[in-house]
Design a protein around this ligand. Structure first.
Ligand code: FES
Length: 492
């Protein structure tokens, strides 16, 4: 039996007894579901017959009139690090470079010389299956692999068609597609079960450069080859390889720390003689996902917080009323709370002005607040990253002061205030003057890999040379992590 679901001027049909989120996913109109439908994140709210409910906790058992918040356009970072691209001479057609992230995806169209002709981006449509990699893996293992594969292939096909349309070229003119992604995103795109990523030792499957006909993934690309870029480990993927290649950190004599913070935190440290890669389960807190009033960096999000006249002063994207807080705002907010004694070094809110469901909370605006648990989530995320940095330096046999440059890759790295990140100890305070954002370095790496066989051979070489440090197996990890969840004594 089916029920009719009226959504604006569209009628959808849901199977009696199924979860409303399932129906909306099938129809391609689902809200974000960061917790994957467990009912814990509260982000899948819709209005059914005038009443606000969680779509993932609502059974289709009657005809419904549905309203859902208008899709929020997130600002997606496409601009990468400054690189000079020199394409192979024998390229005859156009090229596509894709950065497929857990949250966002960016597609670049290049001509045969490597010049960018067009760019398009969108949210990863798999967001309706969960915000982070672990929730997506679980969804795939729970029988959703095929639909997750289909939705991301369709989403990327749309982007490819869009860039071709913008540049007035045909999809048949594409000769090669190079895609970088984390191992989970890569495997789901290739319809490979991510079960290897669910258990120790989290071995990667795609470990060498390979090409296959692109048409098997994107039917509109009839003449292209699809380049599989190797993963460094189960949780450090081809996207990190893209960052290493585009930042050229593998060439330098001096020590570089490259940090890409997204739903996971990937880090690479070292120089041309020895490089170590690692990843931490930073969790989606820094993308706003498990923060009570957290949201993506889009209109209505508090993206920066300062302190003025004894109270927080917020900046809201789009200069509208604040409806939530995104990662960069969160880091700033915690930094000002720490500097002004609102929270102590252990993260405890000292002077709560309000409570939320029994939790201490601090108001940033009249109605946007951070709870004690929100602060705890930031501590866990920053503790994981800071512990990773400390242990990687130990493994390399260097002091933090030996790090010559800190490169922040990705959207988060571009939007956060380095001083706030150092104030809360997410990054070592001593390295503040050496921090530089490098934009979408993974996307820049994808471009280099699309245009050059030499770069492809380089990725095969680097994947063998770079040491992977499994942080959880380092005996000192728990102690270091516990220590790093505290905030630094001296606020900057
Ligand atoms: S509460 Fe419904 S997806 Fe998280």
């Amino acid at each position: 039996m089916k029920y009719a679901i009226q959504l604006q001027n569209q009628t959808l049909y849901g199977e009696a007894g199924e979860c409303l989120l399932e129906t909306l996913r099938r129809e391609g109109v689902a809200p974000d579901a960061p917790c994957g439908g467990k009912g814990t994140c509260g982000k899948c709210k819709v209005t059914v017959n005038g009443q606000e409910v969680l779509a993932c906790q609502t059974i289709v058992d009657r005809d419904m009139t549905l309203e859902r918040p208008a899709a929020i356009a997130a600002s997606i970072l496409s601009v990468g690090t400054d690189i000079s691209i020199s394409a192979d001479d024998n390229i005859m057609g156009n090229l596509i470079a894709i950065d497929l992230g857990t949250t966002t995806m960016v597609c670049f169209l290049l001509d045969k010389t490597g010049v960018e002709l067009a760019v398009a981006s969108a949210l990863n449509p798999q967001g309706v299956y969960g915000a982070d990699v672990i929730t997506r893996i679980q969804a795939a293992l729970d029988g959703k692999q095929e639909e997750m594969c289909t939705c991301v292939r369709e989403g990327l096909s749309k982007l490819i068609a869009e860039v071709c349309k913008k540049a007035l070229v045909s999809t048949g003119s594409i000769q090669r597609i190079a895609l970088v992604a984390n191992p989970c995103m890569q495997q789901l795109l290739m319809d490979i079960s991510p079960k290897n990523l669910a258990k120790v030792p989290f071995s990667p499957i795609l470990t060498e450069t390979k090409t296959i006909p692109a048409v098997s993934i994107f039917p509109i690309c009839t003449n292209a080859e699809f380049l599989i870029v190797p993963d460094l480990s189960g949780y450090v993927g081809a996207d990190t390889m893209g960052c290493i290649i585009s930042t050229e950190m593998y060439k330098k004599e001096t020590i570089t720390l490259m940090v890409d913070i997204g739903t996971n935190g990937e880090m690479v440290m070292g120089n041309r003689d020895h490089m170590i890669a690692s990843s931490t389960a930073a969790g989606p807190a820094l993308e706003g996902a498990n923060i009570r009033l957290g949201m993506r960096g889009s209109v209505g999000a508090i993206d920066h917080v300062t302190w003025k006249d004894g109270r927080p002063k917020v900046h809201v994207i789009g200069d509208t009323k604040a409806v939530g807080i995104c990662g960069s705002g969160l880091i700033d907010a915690v930094a000002v709370m720490l500097k002004n004694g609102i929270i102590n070094q252990r993260g405890r809110i000292q002077s709560a002005q309000t409570q939320f469901e029994g939790e201490r909370a601090f108001l940033l605006t009249e109605d946007i607040y951070l709870t004690q648990n929100d602060i705890r989530q930031v501590q866990l995320a920053k503790g994981a990253i800071a512990a990773g940095i400390e242990l990687m330096a130990k493994q390399l046999g260097i002091k933090l002061t030996d790090i010559d440059e800190v490169l922040l890759a990705g959207a988060f790295g571009s939007f956060i205030d380095p001083k706030s990140a150092c104030t809360i100890g997410l990054l070592p305070p001593i390295l503040l003057p050496r921090i530089r954002a490098v934009g979408n370095a993974a996307g820049s790496g994808a471009k280099l890999l699309a245009v050059s066989k030499e770069q492809q051979a380089l990725s095969d070489k680097l994947v063998k040379e770079i040491e992977f440090l499994e942080l959880a197996s380092v005996p000192d990890f728990q102690r270091t992590f516990g220590k790093q969840t505290n905030f630094p004594k001296e606020a900057l």
